[in-house]
Write a protein that binds this ligand. Structure first.
Ligand code: PLP
Length: 429
């Protein structure tokens, strides 16, 4: 059982950042994540409204891998979200959270026979990614006479105007059954031939660099067209995956960021137009990760020292680049300087550097402002997606995570200790 540590601040109406620091300072002198539950609820509500106001039948399946802090997963489940998992480990985690198997969407390129069996026995939504899984379905049908429903992840070209928006500029996505070389058709036919197997879903998640409306237009249209061609009598859901933008701070200087309403509009217009071609009611499934959680987490770290090497100022904090951007990209995340106590500040150019021994451990590069001083806190925003899950145990304990809801603060992950860092149950000394 996770021990909870309640810092109740009854009288404060809105907790300011300083209130938070002051109340946590005694317990945590160093760095921590703050998980803003109110923000999460708002993001979820806004997303649901954007889609439900345009299309009746919508399921939001939260992508576990984006951030699987159990307290967050519990909130998602309370909100009514399905759990989108991409491994048996995540599947088991969903069960541990208390999610009903019917509310688990099982995707991902690697599933074992036992994993598929467990998911099918539990009536989870299963989307196959490769033909080796079809052999598992055959085996399952031999062992069980239970009628099952299956979805297929689809692979197609999303190139637009000669540019492929797939992440990292890859020419082709590696996922799903390819629609242009016959493997999708072959899979559909094989599954259709099996007794008691019905193909009910088409899935098309793409991680793109543009996250543009055109991408979603293309995904939705293609899935509808394939559905019409192959599955007009049986299709029950179209799953367009995740990959949308969440709240993007101005400082990140991205030209055009669609809102959730923009995404919902593009997707739902197509579905509302196409749904008449299907015998069954079509459920729209979306699988957001980043767009739900990115701005629900902040990272607080304390300034330990400021030093000048040659003519450059280095602000050393009790945190590391891996706490805020484990992919170590070079864009500065929005950062707020919390001045603690009364000090005299100098303006200048400075870098914020972390506690590891890597030269590239820069949390911010080349900021021009008042130079923070020891004892101050720096707050990094928008660190909710693909951060905590990528934090390796490296050099120093991972920071604790504190949840905030209204005026209440409590711990949802304690500060790591040596035994957690190098687990005695795993390692042999
Ligand atoms: C990663 C992933 C998502 C979520 O992507 P975000 O960019 O975090 O929204 C959804 N579906 C699948 C299949 C994924 O692999």
């Amino acid at each position: 059982m996770l021990e909870t540590y309640n810092v109740e601040i009854g009288k404060v109406k809105e907790l300011s950042e300083l209130d938070i620091i002051c109340s946590l300072e005694k317990a945590y002198r160093d760095s921590f994540y703050l998980f803003n539950i109110d923000r999460l609820w708002k993001n979820y509500a806004d997303m649901l409204t954007a889609f439900k106001s345009r299309y009746e039948d919508v399921i939001i399946g939260y992508s576990y891998k984006t951030n699987y802090v159990p307290a967050l997963l519990k909130e998602m489940s309370t909100l009514g979200a399905y759990s989108e998992v991409v491994s048996r480990l995540e599947y088991d985690l969903a069960l541990k959270i208390g999610v009903q198997p019917e509310k688990i969407i099982f995707n991902g390129p690697l599933k074992g026979y036992d994993d598929i069996k467990l998911a099918l026995d539990g009536d989870s939504i299963v989307n196959l990614d490769s033909s080796y899984e079809i052999e598992f379905i055959k085996k399952y049908m031999k062992e069980s006479n239970k009628p099952i429903k299956i979805g297929l992840r689809v692979n197609f070209d999303i190139e637009m105007n000669g540019i492929n928006p797939v992440q990292n500029g890859f020419k082709n996505s590696r996922f799903g059954f390819c629609t242009t070389n016959g493997s999708f058709e072959k899979a559909i036919n094989e599954l259709k031939e099996m007794e008691n197997v019905t193909v009910v879903g088409l899935h098309g998640h793409f991680s793109t660099t543009t996250r543009s409306l055109e991408v979603y237009k293309k995904i939705t249209t293609t899935l509808c067209d394939l559905g019409k061609k192959y599955l007009s009598g049986t299709l029950e859901y179209i799953d367009i995956g995740g990959g949308m933008y969440g709240n993007v701070p101005d400082s990140m200087k991205i030209d055009y960021v669609p809102t959730m309403d923009d995404y919902a509009e593009v997707i739902c217009v197509i579905l509302n137009r196409e749904k008449i071609h299907f015998e069954k009611n079509i459920t729209l499934i979306i699988e957001p990760g980043l767009s739900l959680v990115v701005d629900a987490f902040q990272f607080y770290c304390r300034v330990v020292d400021v030093k000048t090497n040659q003519d450059e100022h280095f602000v050393l904090v009790n945190g590391t680049i891996q706490n805020i951007k484990p992919t170590m990209h070079s864009i500065n995340l929005p950062m707020k300087h919390l001045r603690i106590g009364k000090k005299q500040y100098m303006k200048g150019r400075f870098n914020v550097v972390g506690h590891t021994c890597m030269e590239k451990d820069y949390l911010s590069i080349g900021l021009v402002d008042e130079i923070p001083l020891p004892g101050d806190f720096l707050v990094y925003n928008n660190v909710g997606a693909y951060t905590i899950v990528f934090n390796p145990p490296f050099i120093k304990e991972r920071p604790p995570i504190i949840a905030q809801e209204g005026n209440k603060l409590w711990i949802v992950r304690r500060l790591e200790e040596l035994n957690n860092f190098i687990n005695d149950e795993l390692y042999v000394y």
